[in-house]
Design a protein around this ligand. Sequence first.
Ligand code: NAP
Ligand code: MN
Length: 268
Amino acid sequence: MEEKRIINIFSNSSSISKETRNVLKQKLEKCGFVVPRHFDPAAELIVCVGGDGSFLKTLHRYEFPDIPFVGVNTGHLGFFQELYPDQLDEFIFKYKQGEYEVQDLKTVEASVTVGEKECAKVGLNEIVIKGARSQLVHLNMSIGDSFIERFSGDGILVATSAGSTAYNYALGGSIVDPRLNLLQITPISPMNTTAYRSFTSSVLLPSGLTVNIYPENEDDRGMLVVVDGMEQRFSSIDKVTVDIGPNIVRLLRMENYDFWTKVKSKFL
Ligand code: NAP
Ligand code: MN
């Protein structure tokens, strides 16, 4: 008996996304693929219908599965999303022929230590550490074994290459080609006065160098750790350790995909 070829399809709740999901499901089933109602870990592909936000949410919900993703853009920007709803037939044809490439995206991981407890986080775009209230925060930061600075400002963002075009870019950080395996540390509203001194530009780190951030919690107003836009509140964080993550996100790209062409089409 021939093996079943399973494809998971997820969509956000907009009517165009739901409609696109149904159309794609029918088209795939006609070609002999099985499209289960719920997430099936045996699937060979995950299709995500929505914008970048819904792609990120799907990724987190299924804990960074080792299955390739392809996105159908019904959202606003669609930086991760490779297809539009009018390209479904063309996509299925090319997918069956193996006419696509797989883009490997690195992740960022953080380990948040509070007393004896440790909490692990993984992100595709970035990890942000910032104050829970609109007041200055002080974050002591070391890179590798060296103490670097006592940062004063709103917070610190650590972006992957894939995430460099998101929040990082809005903060004045650099756009990084995702083929580069690095982390970008970007300050969020750094203070630079005779009272407080912080780096005002991003710094880039190679893989293998660990960043440690030690918040000062004098009157403990609480800190937020925000991963790909999803926040969790902590109080009295002792340390946040940030590294390149263990997970790789695999995105299907069609043959004419080019990162810089995509950047140009979305930003200029
Ligand atoms: P959102 O607040 O609804 O929108 C953030 C915007 O960023 C959307 O237009 C989204 O695309 C786009 N985006 C997401 N990842 C991107 C990437 N890697 N490259 C370029 N653009 C990207 O939040 P969301 O849609 O759930 O996305 C979460 C991301 O929002 C976070 O990871 C963070 O990077 C970003 N964010 C940005 C700011 C800022 O720029 N000031 C502030 C907070 C968060 P779609 O329209 O296709 O969804
Ligand atoms: Mn969005």
